[in-house]
Design a protein around this ligand. Structure first.
Ligand code: SF4
Length: 236
């Protein structure tokens, strides 16, 4: 049985995107309380093998032939980099002259082996969801010894040497990073990581939206503040 799963291809900025999950079940180094995939039974940050790579690559080949995408977006059930075939998967897609976008929470991007693999991708998305160590531990429940400081530093290290497009996705969470002090901290994080592109999103999962979703008005205000800060910084 193949272990990859796919979303229906869609158009984004005129380009056809094929979204793929390369994990058979959730494997992540975090266990976020608002994770749309559910709890993390396997909290890991080292690579592990998964069965049926050949079958899965054959199926991917068929999907590429059928849909002819401009970009394959690796958006997995957790941290895609822990699949020990991730480099082969990325190189397989690139061999078809198709661009690759990789979503990671960004924590392990500072490690040489993951940095090298991510460098093959045309676009990498890293994530920030909190602004304090306390909230990092409480909301994201990472592997023991992980810190928010390291999380930011790892993305900074990665982006300093990355030649592709680094996208920072910031999630605004009611009661945690939607106050004025947090907005200032988020601006500092943006300046430290210095992404090529900033995405500001909010919790949209139905189950968590009620408790952790910010209002349209507040979200618009925060988005403008952060996007302006990001553009100002880039234009310097
Ligand atoms: S980093 Fe993403 S996949 Fe991992 S637990 Fe958090 S929300 Fe889920």
């Amino acid at each position: 049985m193949e272990c990859f799963t796919y979303k229906e291809p869609y158009i984004e900025d005129g380009k056809k995107i094929l979204e793929i999950n390369v994990l058979p079940e959730k494997y992540c180094n975090f266990d976020c309380i608002f994770c749309p995939i559910g709890r993390s039974p396997h909290k890991i940050d080292t690579q592990k093998p998964f069965p049926n790579l050949d079958l899965s690559l054959n199926e991917l080949d068929e999907m590429i032939k059928a849909h002819n995408p401009d970009l394959v977006f690796i958006n997995s059930k957790g941290e895609a980099l822990v699949n020990d075939s991730i480099e082969d998967i990325i190189r397989f897609i690139k061999s078809k002259n198709i661009k690759v976008r990789l979503l990671t929470n960004g924590y392990i991007l500072g490690k040489k082996e993951y940095m090298d693999i991510s460098n093959i991708c045309d676009e990498v998305i890293g994530e920030i969801k909190v602004t304090s160590e306390k909230d990092f531990q409480k909301l994201q429940r990472p592997i023991e010894s992980y810190t928010l400081k390291e999380h930011i530093e790892n993305m900074n290290l990665f982006n300093k040497q990355y030649k592709g497009t680094f996208i920072l996705e910031i999630t605004i969470i009611k009661g945690y990073n939607d106050d004025d002090e947090s907005i200032e901290k988020l601006k500092e994080i943006i300046q430290t990581i210095s992404p090529d592109k900033l995405l500001v999103v909010r919790i949209d999962d139905e189950i968590f939206q009620k408790k952790l979703g910010v209002s349209d008005e507040r979200f618009e205000y925060i988005s403008n503040e952060l996007l302006t800060c990001s553009n100002d910084y880039k234009n310097r």
